[in-house]
Design a protein around this ligand. Structure first.
Ligand SMILES: [Zn+2]
Length: 209
């Protein structure tokens, strides 16, 4: 079974959002084309879904500013602007995304005490979201991962998919993803590739080449 995982294609990570990724919304038409033409048996999506007082927010650390390193649960943590707060427009999927095609939504980041870049488990790797069991129960053997942001949640999701579901082919779709920092994107692609994640384009997936 071939599955597409759309990572955090939410207003908060697109232009005008609280944690906008440069040109984040450009992934929307590519994702829609993949949904229509990628031959997937299943489409799932992750959704960053924070309480208003989430510990990754700089606003919860007096004297700190967004994009500074801080600590959360005793571990180094990038401090973010408040983003994707549960029930707000910022947390909604981008309105252009074909949400009707999404068969399962995995919310993450609900525990204020730990951040969750990966769609599969919290950053401290203690709590699983349940997505790996969901996919394995459905006998997914090819998982394509794309979305926002390449250097954080997409990378973490692809690496965890590879680590937690050893028999599954995991592919990162580069042109259906955007990152925060160009150097970080380059490093993320190298790290994913070294871990056995295949780096592909949407044209490779749809056979448009
Ligand atoms: Zn978040």
């Amino acid at each position: 079974m071939k599955c597409l995982l759309l990572v955090d294609i939410q207003n908060g990570f697109c232009s005008g959002g609280n944690l906008a990724v440069p040109n984040g919304e450009d992934v929307v038409p590519v994702a829609n084309r993949l949904i229509a033409e990628g031959g997937y048996d299943l489409v799932v999506a992750s959704q960053d879904w924070h309480p208003a007082d989430h510990g990754s927010f700089a606003s919860q650390h007096p004297g700190s500013h967004p994009f500074e390193m801080g600590t959360l649960g005793g571990k180094a943590q990038m401090l973010w602007p408040d983003h994707c707060v549960q029930g707000t427009r910022d947390a909604d999927f981008h309105p252009g995304l074909d949400v009707a095609a999404i068969g399962y939504v995995q919310r993450k980041g609900e525990n204020r005490a730990v951040d969750s870049y990966s769609a599969f488990r919290d950053n401290d790797q203690a709590a699983l979201t349940g997505l790996s069991d969901y996919l394995l129960e459905r006998r997914v053997d090819v998982l394509d991962v794309c979305g926002l942001a390449t250097d954080y949640c997409v990378k973490a999701s692809a690496l965890d998919a590879k680590a937690m579901m050893p028999g599954v082919t995991v592919r990162f779709i580069a042109d259906a993803s955007r990152g925060i920092d160009p150097a970080g994107v380059e490093a993320a692609i190298a790290e994913m590739s070294a871990a056995g994640v295949r780096i592909v384009t949407s044209a490779d997936v749809t056979g448009a080449n």
